[in-house]
Design a protein around this ligand. Structure first.
Ligand code: IVH
Length: 672
């Protein structure tokens, strides 16, 4: 048996090693070892600690576990009040704020730090000698609750920081880090879905969920829910420690915290405004929710001069983005028929402004979803809109201010467009119209053909296509190319100029490459990617149309079902005629044959986070050019996850499934 001192040393060395890997994994999102290896280290430590329980310390990585449920939380007074922020909603208000800053500080050369306004809850972490001593909720700002056991389960919160590292970061060994505790969107969705399946009430948003999670009396539950923490304040004896806010963020970063990387030090309000706009456009790419931008005066000396009003500092301001959820009345439900004949229930709503647009329709997905929501016509509903997602009905509002509706939503019996009896295949949720000549299918087909990702005929939206099909001017996609100015002028709301614009757009579409034309044909199971492979393999529409099922199957990712579908399409005389007419119209029927690299053939990749050198499309192209495939979600079939900065749930998933995670350098090597 080794001497007690040796065991202690061994345990400490193992802990340091694990802490280092935890930091790489949870803070930097950049692990160096596999999950299995990590688990092995952890197991070694657990075994050693089990043999020598007297050596267990609260900052050991094994202690990120819940512990026994408690009776309640102890109240703790904050070292200094935890303040909130004043909000602004317009550029004008923001500039007024700057004017006050100039006036009150008596200077104009003020630098600002822009940060994301993370939509979670604020939390104070007290470190003593580099060790996490306490985690306290904001509470009423003066007194919060001790939630130490819960916050210890948050992987990105260091339980202890080497004093050496603290020193190097310029941070004192006793300090308080304040910041935002949040639940990444994917984790939120996952837990909510699980609760729903188990018949438990769901949470309205990740913020409420975070608050509910950190206050669980049983911290085991907190541990399961994968919260994340981003600090933005560093105090020592209740006062800001550094001289500039920017230094605070860098210091926290160096000390090993997960400081949000999407921050900027700027010298003017114009730059602040640019930051605000940039993130408003990009907010959906983040793995967590933000509700605005926080602007802070950089110099702490200026901050001190500016002071506070009531509960908020004068030296900081929150610019809030417009809300993206709203409550409105469900007035009716109509069934929309898609290109494939699928019927989707669409909620017709009393108009409601959400995130800068007026929403009148939202999807209800299918009959199962209607049942799940328990929604009736006349109900008040919460409607949510993600940036580029179709608005959806999220839940029914059921309180004293919102009376319930009474009219049941009935499943469709007939196609609302052509009146054909609808079919619901056993085991499927969707109803379908099976009439091949249903005008709704035609509408969907034309809209698909003209859409941005296909033939990109700008202006050819639903209003125009509806008129064109209803009047019989367009009976198939080839008819688009025989439209005349007189045809367009005969329609509502068309003048010479607008008619000419459409004709120009139609003309322009003829320049688009073969793969778009193939995609535009609307062949069942032939999506964008398959169309591209087909174009590259055959090099011409003619070769594709004449290919046998066997030949078709030699194309990347084309299996027997897709091959069958393609062959069937081209064997139909009406389709042959259609293709001929498109050729006559002058669309691109040939392209370059290209054999893709085979280095990554059969390999599936998932991209997550922001890469430094490449955009997502560029990275995708690199992988595809080498014969690989990029998909949207991580599964056991994924071969690699390429993770950049701020990678979110996909990274967690990869780790959970043991999928290798690589960085962009490794990607370059793989695709080289
Ligand atoms: S600074 C005295 N920075 O917003 C300054 N707050 O509406 C206090 N929040 O209670 C906060 N992101 O929970 C700051 N980058 C950020 C933030 C942020 C989110 C929250 C915080 C605060 C609330 C005020």
């Amino acid at each position: 048996m080794p001497a007690a001192k040796d065991v202690e040393k061994k345990i400490e060395a193992l802990r340091d090693k694990i802490r280092h890997h935890e930091y790489l994994y949870y803070v930097l999102d950049n692990p160096e070892i596999s999950d299995q290896e990590f688990d092995r280290l952890m197991q070694q430590l657990k075994d050693l600690e089990a043999e020598h329980p007297s050596l267990i310390t609260p900052d050991s990585p094994t202690q990120r576990v819940g512990g026994k449920p408690r009776e309640g939380f102890v109240k703790v007074r904050h070292s200094s009040p935890m303040l909130s922020l004043d909000n602004t909603y317009s550029e004008e208000e923001l500039r007024n704020w700057e004017r006050r800053v100039h006036e009150l500080s008596g200077r104009k050369d003020v630098d600002y730090v822009c940060e994301l306004k993370l939509d979670g809850m604020s939390l104070a972490l007290i470190y003593e000698d580099g060790k996490l001593a306490r985690g306290v909720t904001r509470g009423d700002g003066t007194t919060g609750e001790d939630v130490t056991l819960n916050v210890r389960t948050v992987r990105s919160i260091p339980l202890s920081i080497e004093l050496n590292k603290v020193k190097k970061a310029g941070v004192p060994p006793n300090f308080e880090a304040r910041g935002e505790l949040l639940m990444p969107t994917a984790a939120f969705k996952k837990v909510n879905e699980e609760r729903e399946r188990n018949g438990l009430p769901t949470f309205a948003n990740p913020r409420n969920f975070t608050a509910g999670t950190v206050r669980q009396l049983d911290a085991n539950i907190t541990a399961e829910r994968r919260l994340d923490f981003f600090p933005y304040i560093l105090l020592s004896n209740g006062r800001t420690y550094f001289e500039r806010h920017w230094e605070t963020l860098t210091g926290l970063d160096k000390a090993g915290f997960k400081v949000n990387p999407n921050r900027k030090l700027v010298h003017s309000m114009d730059e602040v405004w640019a930051f605000i706009q940039q993130w408003e456009a990009k907010r959906d790419s983040l793995p967590y929710e933000i509700d605005g931008i926080v602007v802070k005066v950089d110099r702490i000396a200026f901050q001190d001069e500016l002071g506070f009003t009531g509960k908020a500092p004068r030296w900081a301001i929150a610019y809030k983005y417009a809300a993206r959820a709203g409550i409105t009345k469900l007035e009716n439900v109509r069934w929309q028929v898609g290109r494939t004949g699928k019927l989707t229930p669409v909620a017709e709503l009393a108009p409601v402004a959400i995130g800068g647009t007026t929403v009148r329709n939202a999807t209800l997905h299918n009959m199962d979803e209607i049942g799940r929501l328990g929604v009736k016509i006349g109900d008040y509903v919460q409607v949510e809109r993600g940036g580029d997602v179709i608005p959806k009905v999220a839940k029914v509002i059921d309180d004293k201010d919102h009376p319930r509706g009474t009219q049941e939503i009935e499943a469709p019996e007939k196609c609302p467009v052509c009146g054909t009896k609808v079919v619901r295949t056993e085991g499927e949720v969707d109803f379908r119209c099976v009439n091949a000549n249903c005008p709704a299918k035609l509408l969907g087909t034309i809209l698909h053909f003209a859409s941005r990702g296909v033939m990109n005929i700008d202006g050819m939206g639903e209003a125009l296509v509806t008129q064109l099909t209803e009047r019989g001017l367009v009976k198939n996609v080839a008819d688009i190319y025989k439209l005349t100015k007189a045809d367009l002028l005969s329609l509502e709301r068309f003048a010479d100029k607008s008619a000419q614009n459409i004709l120009d757009e139609i003309d322009k579409s003829k320049e688009l490459p073969l793969e778009r034309v193939i995609y535009g044909l609307g062949i069942r199971m032939v999506g964008e990617r398959t169309a591209q492979f087909l174009a590259e393999h055959f090099g011409s529409m003619e070769a594709l149309a004449n290919a046998t099922v066997e030949e078709l199957q030699s194309v990347n990712e084309v299996g027997p079902k897709i091959a069958e579908s393609i062959a069937e399409f081209f064997s139909n005389p009406a389709n042959q005629e259609l293709v001929k007419r498109l050729q006559k119209a002058g669309l691109k029927f040939s392209g370059e044959k290209k054999e893709r690299g085979t280095k990554l053939a059969g390999k599936t990749f998932v991209l997550t986070g922001t890469l430094a050198k490449y955009t997502r499309d560029e990275a995708k192209k690199m992988i595809e050019d080498a014969g690989g495939k990029v998909t949207g979600s991580v599964s056991k079939k994924t071969d690699y996850v390429v993770a950049g900065a701020d990678a979110g749930s996909k990274l967690d998933k990869a780790k959970e499934l043991g999928v290798p995670v690589i960085d962009e350098k490794a990607l370059e090597e793989l695709t080289d």
